[in-house]
Design a protein around this ligand. Sequence first.
Ligand code: NAP
Length: 256
Amino acid sequence: MLSSLPAGSNVLVQGASRGIGLEFTRQLLAEPQVERVFATCRAPQTATALTSLAAGEPRLRVLALDASDEDSIRAASVAVASVTPRLHLVVNCAGLLHDAASGISPEKRLADIRPDALATSFAVNALGPLVVAKHFEGLLAHNERAVFASISARVGSIGDNRLGGWYAYRGAKAAQNMFTKTLSIEWARSRRNVICVALHPGTTDTDLSRPFQANVAPEKLFSSERTVRQLLGVVDALQPEDTGRFLGWDGAEIPW
Ligand SMILES: NC(=O)c1ccc[n+]([C@@H]2O[C@H](COP(=O)([O-])OP(=O)(O)OC[C@H]3O[C@@H](n4cnc5c(N)ncnc54)[C@H](OP(=O)(O)O)[C@@H]3O)[C@@H](O)[C@H]2O)c1
């Protein structure tokens, strides 16, 4: 149970159509402290798992938000603000490692680099959470505890990079981490109620990891249910002095 959330909390899950974001939405709806869940996805019309969850659940509102499109982020923030003046938790889940439609897959070597794929990866993984912060900041400006969490990835750690490859995803997640840290410093001055962190979920059985699961030991491949349970535990335990940290699913610090 998320005992750190104030009663009547409003939470937002960004990137909720599938995978970890969809599971955050499910588990947050089960939290007694949560009054409303705003779940965003870029194409509600095709996000059938999310929209069917919303069908029987008036506390869940599905909104369109494309993490690479500032106008859609602004429009979603206006829609949330028309319902509530306060958010207590924002979880940025949208992420991109591969995409068959645009032929994006993780690079093995320099020759695989495609500037358009790099730009797309940066737009979704790095710029998305930062632009979300820009437009949702006003909803976090209150006197109650609030957490702004962005799901990052250990492979975005520069200090922990031992294997190389995956240029676009590693670079974009490293940039996402830098934005999270920089934002945490600004908010430590101006939004002292907000704890701003980057979180590594662990390898989780979703569409994102599926092509790369062959060499993952079964005990190291988490279900989305387990990942989100663990991450909500980390979120619940956050203290104000944790702002600006990069934490794993077990609460352990990950080097930048
Ligand atoms: N799974 C893992 O092992 C793992 C490990 C480390 C970190 N992560 C991170 O965890 C987060 C969630 O990943 P996942 O495993 O749940 O991946 P997933 O199942 O592939 O889901 C990715 C989500 O991102 C959304 N998305 C992609 N581009 C978007 C855009 N432009 N605007 C809005 N939403 C967009 C997708 O929406 P659509 O349905 O519209 O495509 C989908 O909801 C990501 O940030 C990922 O980098 C995952």
